[in-house]
Design a protein around this ligand. Structure first.
Ligand code: SF4
Length: 777
């Protein structure tokens, strides 16, 4: 496309250090005997902090080896940034080790339209925004105000660059992969690793190669590619794997189309998705004012850095011919239930659902590119010419201020409003339940969205709302029909004059002919702001949503009152947790999310859905040392609070795969807050185990899983041999001395996965305490 572009920006802080990365990759190649590498491997391995230290014996096995990585950038959204920043603050650093940005998007509610919604949401979340803004100023973080747009769209427009490795505290961070990089969604504690310059750990993912041939045409869009693939791979098919696309079909697609595909790789559980550098990525970089990045990427690509090597091996290869791809609709309630458009009417009939659409929603971080919006505007203009208006509420969420302003200038917004659309604020809004919907409360109904997730209640809080995912053009066409059985490729709509009207396949432009316009520039941060250390971070003393994190004290040393030196103090067992215990069981979400930045308040939900193996009840624990005025049986958080009040450190005994689910750091912070010093498990989920270590909790594994049942609440456990480990004795092991409530005493063997760095965290009381001591020394 011919287009002008935004003025060229200073790109020094956003251009990947290609020469250094390629040099690092050369080191790794040598260790790996120069075997051919996939693109994802090249990007990952060129970010290994210290290849010689990490890859001992030349071993690097995908799916097995843990890599220590140095990401180049961090992006955080307003909900998850709160605890990440509170933790970062407690590390005592004066600025972030890597460029970091904060984006205010999740806390904006969608009710009546952009302006009023923004005003109301800013007022109701003012203290959170004030906190984020002041912390950003203090530490030199780029702060994107409410209204500036959705994190992933802004990252794509401003920060993403081919070959880069970045982290984001949101599961759709992989959206940036549309520019040929690795962008990975993580919890706040991982983001803090990068922000403090601590190597970030990732198990080397397997790589799935997706070979694209042919080209999309008619109604088929990049969204249909990923919807189709989600049906093939299912919601677990990408777990522990990177999706790496290759083949001629990649080069036919716009950069923003590839971003949509990368965005929804999260729906199949993929670590992230990526593509080789293409001319369309180059055009997008130039159009968004980043010609210097494009020039640097051109050079890196000419040396083979931005595509896979000839002969690179994938763990699995999936073939997709884009020319054969049919538009696809996925749902309800799960993103992997894929139905081709031609079969969808039949599917609706078979299920006995009403043939009625109740709302159409387009935009979000997944599908609000210029190409998406001009394609839907084409349909809107066709419909308007036929005298049609949408039959159901039709809501549009632009992904960023730049998109909104460009849409408005190019009369895209007008075309949508002419047929009855409501344009919402540049924020997540209805995609994350921030939709103040007034109709269909408690009523079964079907909506069609161009978003990425469709779990129950996600959009309007109504468990009976069936959310079907589709391309923005399909959502738009359906909104004119009002019927679920509609197929715009074959069916007609009756116009007010009685004539049948059939859409012609939509046409959009990938980039605006007149270039992007930035819109309201007061939303934008200063590029690479200098830290202002004199800034006070704003946290109201009476706040119920934010609380300064008080560093956890070490379990060792004089002030701990621990007379056992470098062994943990004697620990009371709070409970034996039975069966599945995910991070959601340990720290529930839902209404608790508003306390994400307030450790005292959110800790009230500790383990409230966990099952006590002694009795089988949920959220029941026993306090064997209770005062006469207290009950013996209590909720789990209440017993934890009593132990904390008695200054009695405690332990948990847990089952297999403890802490599976998400990277939520609250699940490690909360037990530590109440005084937990050790968790003994049949097995741990790796990410959670690392989070426990970061917060100064010792995770131990039963050497014999049967020992799980030999320890119960109120027993006292003491470590034997931790001192050797902390003193660096090679191959030291830890035993536990168990003193049961009936007086029986026995010892059991355990295993551990503590590295020498992690032992420093344990000794200091937390990883952040360790960092703080380094900063201060
Ligand atoms: Fe997440 Fe939706 Fe916001 Fe995208 S628009 S970041 S999917 S909540």
């Amino acid at each position: 496309a011919t287009h002008t572009s935004l003025p060229e920006r200073d790109c020094s802080s956003i251009t990947p250090p290609y020469a250094r990365l390629q040099q690092k990759l050369a080191e790794v190649r040598e260790i790996l005997d120069n075997r051919p590498l996939t693109l994802a491997e090249k990007i990952l391995y060129s970010h290994i902090t210290d290849p010689k230290k990490s890859l001992v014996d030349g071993k690097l096995k995908r799916g097995e080896t843990y890599l220590q990585l140095s990401p180049e950038r961090v992006a955080m959204q307003d909900a998850s940034a709160q605890m990440a920043l509170l933790q970062f603050m407690s590390a005592g650093m004066t600025k972030c080790a890597v460029p970091t940005s904060i984006h205010c998007d999740h806390l904006i509610q969608a009710a009546t339209g952009a302006e009023a919604d923004l005003k109301r949401s800013i007022a109701s979340n003012q203290e959170v925004f004030d906190f984020l803004e002041s912390a950003a100023r203090k530490y030199g973080i780029e702060f994107w105000k409410p209204g500036s747009g959705i994190i992933h769209q802004i990252v794509l427009e401003n920060y993403a660059a081919p070959g880069m490795l970045m982290l984001g505290t949101d599961s759709h961070t992989p959206n940036a992969g549309g520019l040929g990089l690795l962008a990975i969604g993580v919890g706040g504690a991982d983001a803090v690793d990068a922000m403090t310059g601590t190597p970030w750990e990732l198990k080397a993912p397997q790589i799935v190669g997706i070979h694209l041939t042919g080209s999309l045409s008619g109604w088929a869009t990049p969204k249909d590619l990923i919807l189709h693939l989600a049906g093939k791979l299912t919601v677990r098919g990408g777990t522990g794997r990177i999706l790496e696309y290759f083949g001629p079909g990649v080069f036919n697609q716009s950069c923003t189309g590839l971003a949509t595909v990368a965005n929804m790789g999260a729906e199949v559980g993929a670590t992230t998705s990526t593509f080789p550098y293409t001319p369309n990525m180059r055009s997008y970089l130039i159009a968004t004012g980043r010609a210097p990045v494009a020039r640097a990427a051109d050079e890196a690509a000419s040396k083979g850095f931005l595509s896979a090597d000839e002969g690179a091996e994938y763990d699995e290869v999936i073939e997709i011919n884009l020319s054969e791809l049919e538009p696809t609709i996925n749902g309800p309630f799960t993103p992997d239930l894929a139905t081709p458009l031609s079969k969808f009417g039949e599917f609706v009939q078979e299920q006995g659902w009403k043939d009625e659409l109740s709302a159409g929603l387009i935009g979000s971080c997944t599908n609000s590119s210029y190409e998406d919006m001009t394609s839907v505007a084409d349909l809107a203009r066709q419909a308007k010419a036929a005298g049609l208006k949408v039959k159901v509420p039709f809501l549009c969420t632009p992904g960023s201020e730049q998109i909104r302003a460009t849409m408005e200038r190019d009369e895209v917004t007008g075309a949508l409003q002419d047929v009855g659309a409501t344009v919402l604020a540049n924020a997540c809004g209805p995609c994350i339940g921030q939709w103040k919907r007034e109709d269909k409360k408690e009523e079964e109904n079907a909506i069609l969205t161009s978003f990425n997730r469709n779990f129950k209640s996600r959009n309007d809080g109504n468990r009976l709302t069936m959310n079907f995912l589709a391309s923005p053009t399909l959502v738009t066409a359906f909104s004119f029909s009002g019927k679920l059985s509609f197929n715009p490729m074959t069916d007609t709509i009756t116009t007010p004059s009685g004539a049948p009207f059939k859409f012609t396949p939509p046409k959009g432009q990938d980039l605006p002919a007149a270039g992007f316009t930035p819109g309201e520039t007061s939303f934008y941060p200063k590029p690479t702001p200098e830290p202002q250390p004199e800034t006070d971070v704003i946290i109201r003393p009476d706040s119920q949503r934010l609380e300064v994190l008080v560093p956890f004290s070490s379990h060792f040393g004089e002030s701990s009152g621990n007379l056992r030196g470098l062994e943990l103090p004697p620990l009371k067992v709070l409970m034996r947790v039975r069966g599945k215990c995910t991070t959601d069981h340990i720290s529930a979400a839902g209404p608790w999310l508003k306390y994400k930045g307030h450790l005292t308040n959110i800790s009230e939900n500790l383990l409230i859905t966990a099952t006590n193996d002694e009795g089988g009840d949920v959220n029941v624990a026993f306090d064997h040392d209770h005062e006469p005025s207290q009950s013996e049986t209590e909720t789990i958080p209440n017993v934890a609070k009593r132990l904390k009040a008695r200054k009695q450190p405690w332990a948990l005994v847990v089952d297999d795969n403890y802490g599976e689910g998400s990277a939520r750091e609250h699940a490690a912070l909360q037990p530590r807050f109440y005084g937990c010093a050790m968790i003994v498990a049949r097995s741990f989920a790796r990410i959670h185990e690392t989070n426990l270590k970061k917060q100064g909790i010792l995770p131990l594994w039963f050497a014999d899983k049967a020992d799980y049942a030999r320890i119960g609440s109120g027993d006292v456990v003491e470590t034997l041999g931790l001192i050797d480990l902390l003193n660096g004795v090679p191959d030291a092991t830890i035993k536990l001395k168990v003193t049961r409530r009936n007086g029986d005493v026995f010892e059991i063997p355990t295993k551990h996965t503590m590295s020498s760095d992690q032992l420093k965290w344990l000794r200091a009381g937390s990883a952040l305490n360790h960092i703080r001591s380094q900063v201060q020394s």
